[in-house]
Design a protein. Structure first.
Length: 286
């Protein structure tokens, strides 16, 4: 290359840069470097690494919105129990002699179903439906190291005895605490762990289909869903499943479950506000 030719090429490079100095950035690709630097300050934190409280609130808000979707086309007259506040059922049966009888039986045997006002839910069910057999998860252990225990003064089998005496029927019960299982007149009990689906399914080979299933066991939504998903088919036609003592923090989950079952032709459902929590009732129509 001769000198003249070199000068010519240099001029060709310099003149455009003099006209537009930004071209210099192109050479070093500074824009890309700046972009990379900027992205460094904007690192995404994955949802699972956020604070646990925030994660839970977000999930519940999501449930609320799903619940709004399921409101569309909901048949609002389909509820199994119309009173969705326990106060209304309490008013309805406050001075009813038969309801007093049931209350006294729960108290006499040591169940807390009168104190928790659940007695009104059962009285409403017994008044309106034929309950000839019953299965309850949760006998009421007095072993304080087992979750959902009834304290040292707990009387295992209390509610089963009250139901048996009031209805005069065969009742079946089950519990995770093997040491409190028992058998007596018209009562048989079995082992179940609500967190172990196989033990729930196994119940179906031990007892006949029943008219009423009660979940008064662990009181945790995944355990409740194990019961719903695996025992609803062990109800007779028009049979009813009751999930007791739902904590207020889980209400969104159970509102959705209630709506899903109300949308189905084969079920009716009601979520009852119990003051300190909720109680879900599902009836199998077919
Ligand atoms: C509140 S007590 C039941 C009270 C009784 N139904 C009454 O009204 O007298 C709850 C029972 O659930 C049982 N339980 C706890 N976890 C369980 C689980 N994973 N599966 C089955 N039962 C469970 C406890 O052992 C306890 O006996």
């Amino acid at each position: 290359m001769n000198f003249q030719s070199f000068l010519f090429r240099l001029k060709r490079l310099i003149i455009p840069v003099l006209r537009n100095p930004l071209l210099l950035f192109k050479i070093f690709n500074i824009k890309k470097i700046l972009k990379a630097l900027k992205s460094l300050s904007n690192i995404q934190v994955s949802f699972k690494d956020l604070k646990k409280d925030y994660q839970i609130t977000t999930l519940f808000k999501t449930f609320e919105k799903i619940s709004l979707i399921s409101d569309i086309n909901l048949n609002k007259n389909n509820f199994l129990i119309k009173e969705t506040k326990i106060d209304d059922l309490e008013k309805k049966y406050l001075n009813n002699d038969n309801c007093e009888k049931l209350k006294n039986l729960f108290n006499q045997y040591g169940s807390d179903k009168t104190k928790s006002l659940l007695v009104y839910v059962y009285f409403e069910i017994f008044n309106n439906f034929n309950i000839n057999s019953l299965f309850e998860i949760g006998l009421g252990t007095n072993n304080i190291s087992v979750r959902s225990n009834m304290g040292l003064d707990g009387k295992p089998g209390a509610s089963l005895r009250a139901f048996r005496d009031y209805l005069g029927i065969n009742v079946y019960g089950a519990d995770v605490d093997k040491s409190i299982l028992f058998e007596e007149k018209h009562i048989q009990t079995f082992f179940v762990d609500q967190l172990n689906i196989e033990t729930i399914k196994n119940i179906k080979s031990l007892i006949p289909k029943v008219d009423l299933i009660i979940d008064d066991g662990l009181h945790q939504p995944d355990a409740n869903l194990n019961v719903i998903l695996n025992l609803l088919d062990h109800l007779n036609s028009n049979g009813i499943l009751v999930i007791e003592d739902i904590e207020p923090s889980f209400v969104d989950i159970f509102q959705i479950i209630e709506k899903i079952y109300n949308k189905s032709e084969n079920f009716k459902s009601s979520l009852i506000n119990m003051k300190n929590g909720y109680c879900l009732v599902i009836q199998k129509i077919k």
